[in-house]
Ligand binder design. Structure first.
Ligand code: NAP
Length: 256
């Protein structure tokens, strides 16, 4: 599937790097994983439970599938994440980049929000980022290098009707990123956020035609973004040209 220019691949920052991407097999995570594979990286991709999507993605990767290692792992399950990293350490020794991308929505106005809708969103979007980052830092400090990127959302500061859980989880990611970036800076581990606006993925499949039209009117660019446009920003922050960017939030919103 990939037409990788071998000269460009050899010059890539990511050739021979080991990259962990959560939510790697659909939507934004799939675009991020594809871009890293195109740049010669080994990608260790986590997905939540959709085996069919994971297999379809792998099948489309052509020769690059040899550098794609997929794990089914619930990022909200502390013991499962700990076991995942134990296997990663034994097989790969360390990792260079972590992309905390896995995320869900369970929308409801707060007064009607079920406890499970609140907890599941916080557990996956926020606590999953904590656990994934905790064990990643423990590996990265060994080599005194690393890049951690959270995929947050402008909902963190805008808020939206029905998204108190999601907005809180995304605001929490930014606070976590700010603190962690200060803890790890002297070890040459940078920690940043990419904040996509409306991006055309299955996460927005529940919007009806009128909602899509209304949301597009909110965007100065008058269109939803593509997952690849988010991936470009992620690869920039993960690369050598972003070595002095730490604790930042990079918005990819078409001007929202
Ligand atoms: P998506 O198309 O729904 O894909 C979500 C991915 O996360 C899937 O690979 C899914 O795995 C994985 N996942 C879900 N729960 C998981 C769990 N408990 N453990 C491990 N993996 C899990 O979503 P997306 O639109 O690409 O969104 C990706 C990220 O971008 C999210 O954090 C989202 O909040 C953020 N974001 C999206 C938008 C947007 O407009 N799309 C805007 C701003 C921010 P399975 O395939 O196994 O279900």
């Amino acid at each position: 599937m990939f037409s990788v220019d071998s000269v460009a691949k050899n010059m890539s920052d990511f050739n021979n790097q080991k990259i962990v991407v959560t939510g790697a097999t659909r939507g934004i995570g799939r675009a991020i994983t594809t871009s890293f594979l195109e740049q010669g990286a080994t990608v260790i991709g986590i997905y939540g439970g959709n085996d069919a999507a994971a297999e379809a993605f792998r099948a489309g990767c052509g020769d690059a599938a040899q550098r794609l290692h997929l794990f089914k792992c619930d990022v909200s399950d502390y013991a499962a994440v700990e076991a995942f990293y134990a296997e990663i350490e034994s097989r790969f020794d360390t990792i260079d980049v972590l992309i905390n991308n896995a995320g869900i929505r369970r929308d409801a106005v707060l007064a009607m929000m079920k406890e499970d809708e609140w907890r599941r969103v916080i557990d996956i979007n926020l606590t999953g980022g904590y656990t994934m980052s905790k064990f990643a830092v423990q590996l990265m400090v060994k080599q005194k290098y690393g890049r951690i990127i959270f995929i947050t959302s402008p909902m963190a500061h805008l808020g939206f009707v029905g998204q108190a859980n999601y907005a809180a989880s995304k605001a929490g990611q930014i606070g976590m990123m700010k603190s962690l970036s200060k803890e790890t800076a002297k070890r040459k581990i940078t920690v940043n956020c990419v904040s996509p606006g409306f991006i055309a993925t299955e996460l927005l499949d529940d919007l009806d035609t009128e909602q899509v039209k209304a949301y597009k009117r909110l965007v100065p660019a008058r269109r939803f973004g593509k997952p690849e446009e988010v991936a470009d920003a992620v690869l920039f922050l993960a690369g050598s040209k972003a070595s002095y960017i730490n604790g930042a939030v990079l918005e990819i919103t078409g001007g929202l």
